[in-house]
Design a protein around this ligand. Structure first.
Ligand code: DQA
Length: 147
């Protein structure tokens, strides 16, 4: 089974971006630990990042037939993007949402996520470890061999 792991805007800055909130690991570090976890779970992952809403929409559209699930940290687009929500609804694959920070402990404008309205589940507040937890959840949802 194959999982599309999507990262939205500003996540390319991880490591230097507000490390007290997002941790000191870079997105490359997170990709490495996701690849290790995926191997253990018997999953293939396609790990991507974009700062562009439309590019994320296109990648979600293209996931149909290519991937079995989507793991997404849409960054700030989680709170604003109906286009990403529509694409996730259209593609009809299981979606798991992840956030590094606990969005409910933060500013009120981060408390609502459009992605959550279509996600099978949400993991937030555990930093980069959330990606591992989310991959384990995805593996169960799609019955991966190592789940
Ligand atoms: C984030 C939380 C969002 O509110 C923020 O805009 C981000 C990162 C997180 O992973 O904690 O860019 O998605």
């Amino acid at each position: 089974p194959s999982v599309l792991v999507l990262n939205g805007p500003n996540l390319n800055l991880l490591g230097t971006r507000e490390p007290h909130i997002y941790g000191s690991e870079t997105l490359d570090d997170i990709e490495v630990s996701c690849q290790e976890t995926a191997a253990r779970l018997g999953l293939d992952i396609d790990f991507r990042q974009s700062n562009h809403e439309g590019e994320l929409v296109t990648w979600i559209q293209e996931a149909r037939g290519e991937h079995d699930a989507i793991l997404i940290n849409a960054g700030a687009y989680s709170h604003t993007s109906i286009a990403i929500l529509d694409a996730l609804q259209a593609v009809d694959l299981p979606v798991v949402e992840v956030h590094l920070s606990n969005i409910f402990r933060r500013e009120p404008f981060r408390h609502h996520s459009h992605v959550s309205t279509v996600a099978r589940g949400v993991i937030c507040g555990f930093g980069s470890h959330g990606y591992i937890l989310a991959l384990e959840a995805v593996a169960r949802l799609i019955d991966a061999p190592g789940a």
